[in-house]
Write a protein that binds this ligand. Structure first.
Ligand code: CTP
Ligand SMILES: C[C@](O)(CO)[C@H](O)COP(=O)(O)O
Length: 235
């Protein structure tokens, strides 16, 4: 029996959380590292669980931490925890396999985007509900972007008007995500990429600065500051 949040919700959220966090530096798996006293994963799941459309959450944990993650999240929200894989894509596939029948919309989120507001979860789900097969939250690129060669010589300046930085949660009609994963060959960094590769259309919606991915040590400091500015609450 899979744990449920809103039994009338039409959305399952997958939370890949099995990454090491190499770019954050030595320590526990990234999803379990503390941000203002609670692991990143706890912050992420707490916010996802506040989105009214969400019926179930499936977390892909580091294989050695599955029982510990179950215990950690039990007081936070009813979640299903499975073992993740060596690549993010494998972790997502493992979580997808645990989604119960009858849920038509699947969102794929990152534990590392720990401060993502529930409103963004709802906006992505609403766009899928509105007819899109695949939906990604995006932000404009704010730096000038150069294309360079292996020696570091600039080859040209890219027109950033056509570029977007991509966040999660990414939303999918469940059948579309399942087909894209079934057809996947090489690992890609995001799930929308699998849909693109399979020839599907992907729609952009506005992302959120709060959905930043905690990747490097500076990102943790930024997240701490954002939480402090909010008085520790959720946006
Ligand atoms: N084998 C993996 C690798 C990544 N992830 C998850 O995918 C999300 C986005 O990945 P990223 O931020 O790149 O995390 P890491 O892979 O842990 O980071 P790094 O590359 O620095 O090790 C994270 O929530 C991470 O836990 C996962 O579930 N399984
Ligand atoms: C899925 C993702 O968060 C979208 O930006 C991202 O691709 C995760 O992987 P990365 O290797 O950290 O870019």
């Amino acid at each position: 029996m899979t744990a449920q949040l809103n039994p009338r919700g039409d959305v399952a959220v997958l939370v890949p959380a099995a990454g090491a966090g190499v770019r954050l530096g030595a320590g526990a798996p990234k999803a379990l590292r503390p941000l203002a006293g609670a692991p990143l994963l706890v912050h992420a799941v707490r916010r996802v669980a506040l989105a009214p459309s969400v019926r179930c959450v499936v977390v892909a944990a580091p294989p050695a931490e599955v029982d510990a993650v179950r215990a950690l999240l039990a007081p936070v929200a009813p979640v299903t925890v499975v073992a993740g894989g060596a690549e993010r894509q494998q972790s997502v596939a493992a979580a997808l396999a645990a989604v119960p029948a009858g849920i038509p919309i699947v969102l794929v989120h990152d534990a590392a985007r720990a401060l993502t507001p529930p409103a963004l979860v709802e906006a992505v789900a609403a766009a899928v509900r509105g007819g899109a097969d695949a939906v990604i939250p995006v932000l404009p690129v704010i730096d000038t972007i150069k294309e360079v060669d292996a020696a570091g010589t600039v080859l040209g300046t890219v027109d950033r008007a056509a570029l977007r930085a991509v966040q999660t949660p990414q939303g999918f009609r469940r059948t579309v995500l399942a087909a894209a994963h079934a057809a996947a060959t090489d690992p890609l960094t995001d799930d929308a990429g699998l849909v693109e590769k399979a020839g599907g259309a992907v729609l952009c919606v506005p992302g959120s600065e709060l959905a930043l991915k905690i990747t490097r040590p500076l990102d943790l400091l930024i997240a701490e500051a954002l939480l402090a500015a909010e008085g520790g609450g959720v946006a």
